[in-house]
Design a protein around this ligand. Sequence first.
Ligand code: HEC
Ligand code: HEC
Length: 447
Amino acid sequence: MTSRTMWLLGAGLLVLAGAVFAAETQGLAQTSQAGVNPNPVRLMRAPVAPLSAMAQLGKEIFYDASLSSSGALSCASCHSPDHAYGPPNDGPVMLGGATLSRQGARAVPSLTYLDRHPNFSIGPDKGDDDNVIDLAQMAALGQQAARTTKTAGGGGASANIVPQGGLFWDGRADTLQDQALFPLLDPNEMDGGSAEIVADKLRRAPYVQRFVELFGAGVLRNRRLLIAEAMFAVARYQVEEPSFHPYTSKYDYWLEGKARLSESELRGLQVFNDPDKANCAGCHTSAPTRDGLPPLFTDHQYEALGAPRNAALSGNRDPDHFDLGVCGPHRTDIPEQTQYCGMFLTPTLRNTATRHAFFHNGVFRSLDQVLDFYNFRDTNPEKVFPRAADGTVLKYDDLPAKYHANIDVTDPPFDRHPGDKPAMTAQDEADIIAFLKTLTDGYKPEN
Ligand code: HEC
Ligand code: HEC
């Protein structure tokens, strides 16, 4: 048994004990032990230090709307600091372009907790190890490999060859530095025009002196260097600024024994971790690492879950348009790896309760809808997918039929069949949502 399984078992026992306790004490005032983690851990958090000069420059750029063609959009417009660096709006995607009328192609992810995000790779599924092969080797392997099941606490080695890491829903950017130029130039986002135009704006920016101080006056004459340093600065800002990775959720403090979870939150945690029920932790890891790093609620791997098509996206008016994730069209380097068509990155669930759009296409508008999707996709697909004119349920209507074999039908809760009992009761769903709300940063611990 791995230490991770033991940890999960520990949490399970604790929750059971909590439930028994709660039953025994019905009607009585709760004693001081209720809802406290009996095995508190010490979480490693990065020490808080003032921003370096580089990160301060990055902050100026992060908030600079003049870099967009509309003059109204900065990184922070879509990645709002008041919304866990996620979208401030209620819609499935954000609007951008010169007149802020062009829809973005995908839901805006939170920028929190990317500092521990690995680079894109394709390799054996070995939990958090870093055994990696190059993209060409993986091509051959990936096409032969049989799928193995991921269960919460399953840990162990498997022959599964899976894509992991990388930024964006399809992993097409490796580093925060590489990533930052995409939104600056994307015509649906900041629409910066070209690297020349962006460089000109940086030369005229109120913070231009910071470039000179950091890199010397020569940097202003070298467009490529200027942009590379600017993007590096934005990356440093996201790495150094503590509010991008605060680990101040109620769950973090509970892990440390500094907060108590309610009965519903504890039950939610148990169902979340239970491999026979929701099995959420099979992909959204909930246990601290062996080194005491707080859990990120993602294993950084890609999965095709077969979410429904979002009719609210203008790109989807074309019935032949499909967002296939890892195999394209936004990502262009491995279109021939069709075994990855339909796969998207498993996002962190930290701060997810602050969102109004869920999954890569923003098709779900509430956590209730997300939980119903996990619970009913296979037992009652009519609750999740639309129907054709003749009444047939259009299961997996956002992925061409030839790729349906890529969809995960082995990892619980996706191992059910029509007529089976759903993995969760309505109460389980409600308890998981209560637990997910403990993952929002900014909780004030008791001691
Ligand atoms: C118009 C809205 C918009 C603006 C402005 C914007 N982004 Fe984004 N951002 C997105 C969307 C949408 C995605 C996901 C795109 C995808 O997966 O293809 C994203 C993804 C990201 C990611 C990857 C996150 C992850 O979990 O993989 C990072 C990092 C990021 N943006 C940083 C920035 C920075 C830095 C800026 C400013 C230079 C910026 N963004 C401006 C909408 C925006
Ligand atoms: C087999 C791996 C796997 C399992 C098991 C799993 N998830 Fe996910 N989860 C993902 C992936 C992959 C996505 C993104 C899918 C997409 O965008 O198409 C996701 C997305 C989400 C999101 C949306 C987050 C966002 O920022 O948009 C939530 C919320 C979520 N999962 C909660 C859960 C819960 C609750 C459970 C258990 C009932 C669960 N997940 C089980 C892999 C998994």
